[in-house]
Design a protein around this ligand. Structure first.
Ligand code: NZQ
Ligand code: ZN
Length: 395
């Protein structure tokens, strides 16, 4: 292990903390671009409460609503133009991962001289990472992505049908204000997708990180076990605030860097899922529920002992006669069954995806993410045929 770690985001966590939004924001700016999604925050009263808190603290608000799931670069451009023309000095994201990601890139686009799509990685030699952004305050209304406390953002280019990402220091939010009460209205299906997403964030580093990170293994297993204990409760009873809080805390920790530190990980499952989202606009967590178990069955053949460790520690699968692969595959079956039991899809057909474009998905995934040999980074690295094989096994 050899690493540096830095996460400057201040975390304010707890039921009822939305009332502190105005105070929190006023330390960073006086005129806020308030970014929201398709309307859930207006329907459930969160928007009005946020406005009241901001007004009481003397923060004026310019609205940027209508950020779509799998947010588009055109929405980012729209929001950045509004922030610029209205003289905003702080950006607030009030919504799910899509709203937060779009808001983060808007905050940087305000200072960016080029097309904001240039910020994204999408497989190019040179990426125009941003270096400056307006201060960002994230207020997640959905427990899933961890975007509230990390420096990443995932954006779709609707013209090129690409979904890509940017990670840059200036995208760390100044503050993440995480109020589990705001997630009480998330429907069961979307709650389950969030649970799947947060678990997948830690399985990516667990299975695709460097060897010799026993403490990070335990962190990851802790996140998974916590999500598996509290996730089903949040799905079964959306009003269970304790379950909502535990799931949301797990989702923050799953991708704020603590679990991944020193693992130098890659995220092949995410890269494949992003292609499916780009083409079919599927919910990110739903796509992951289909791709992750299929990928695990593929990757377990290359590292059976690693996957057997997961099976043993997370699901208590016994290792019999040193049959690591058997133990590993039993663990994957149980993981898939967990996802199914909380209401996630586990086959591509449930997402309305057939076999007509499997090669195209593989090609597009490799276009966005590849190593020097042209393979999808991961353990093992994958070529196009292997990506097709994984997707075919999930039909
Ligand atoms: O748009 P509104 O009306 O708000 O409705 C949303 C949306 O329809 C709804 N929702 C959110 N909060 C709600 C609610 N409905 C009722 N009550 C509430 N309190 O949920 C739907 C999905 O929202 P979305 O923001 O798209 O979901 P999620 O948080 O799962 O975000 C997914 C996006 O984040 C990216 C994904 O690729 C995808 O684009 N990711 C971002 C990451 C990051 N920045 O670190 C990492 C992730 O791996 C992921 O890739
Ligand atoms: Zn994810």
């Amino acid at each position: 292990m050899n690493f540096e770690f830095h996460n400057p985001t201040q975390l304010v966590f707890g039921a009822g903390t939305l009332s502190r939004l105005g105070d929190v924001v006023s330390k960073h700016g006086k005129r806020a671009l308030l970014v929201t999604g398709g309307g859930s925050v207006k329907r459930n009263g969160t928007f009005d409460r946020a406005i009241a808190s901001l007004q009481a603290a003397g923060v004026s608000v310019v609205e940027c609503s209508g950020i779509e799931p799998n947010p588009r670069i055109s929405s980012v451009v729209r929001g950045a133009e509004t922030a610029r023309s209205e003289g905003c000095d702080v950006v607030i994201a009030l919504g799910g991962g899509s709203t937060m990601d779009a808001a983060k890139v808007m905050a940087a686009a305000v200072f960016y001289q080029w097309d904001p799509w240039e910020m994204m990685a999408h497989g190019r030699e040179k990426q125009g990472r941003p270096t400056r952004a307006l201060p960002i305050v994230t207020v997640p209304t959905l427990a899933a992505t961890g975007s509230e406390m990390n420096c990443g953002a995932v954006i779709t280019n609707e013209e090129t049908v690409e979904k890509s990402f940017v990670m840059a220091d200036c995208l760390y939010p100044a503050v993440a204000l995480v109020d589990p009460e705001l997630t009480l209205s998330v429907p069961p299906e979307q709650t389950a997708f969030g649970v799947c997403d947060l678990i997948t964030h830690v399985t990516e580093s667990y299975f695709n990180g460097v060897d010799g990170t026993p403490l990070q293994d335990r962190f990851a297993e802790g996140v998974i076990l916590t999500a598996m204990e509290w996730g089903p409760r949040a799905v079964a009873d959306g009003d269970d605030l304790e379950a909502r809080a535990q799931v949301q805390w797990a989702s923050v920790v799953a991708l704020n860097g603590w679990v991944q530190v020193g693992t130098d990980f890659t995220a092949p499952v995410h890269m494949i899922e992003h292609t499916l989202s780009a083409h079919h606009d599927v919910a990110h967590g739903a796509g992951l529920a289909v791709v992750n178990p299929a990928w695990m069955r593929f990757a377990a053949k290359a590292r059976p002992a690693r996957f057997a460790q997961f099976a043993q520690r997370v699901f208590g699968v016994p290792l019999k006669s040193a049959d690591y692969l058997g133990c590993a595959l039993e663990g994957v079956d149980r993981f898939e069954e967990f996802l199914r039991s909380i209401g996630c899809p586990i086959r591509l057909s449930q997402l309305g995806i057939g076999d007509a474009m499997l090669s195209r998905y593989a090609r597009d995934t490799l276009r966005v993410a590849h190593d020097k040999e042209g393979l999808l980074p991961g353990r093992p690295p994958m070529n196009g045929e292997e990506i097709v094989e994984v997707l075919r096994s999930a039909l």
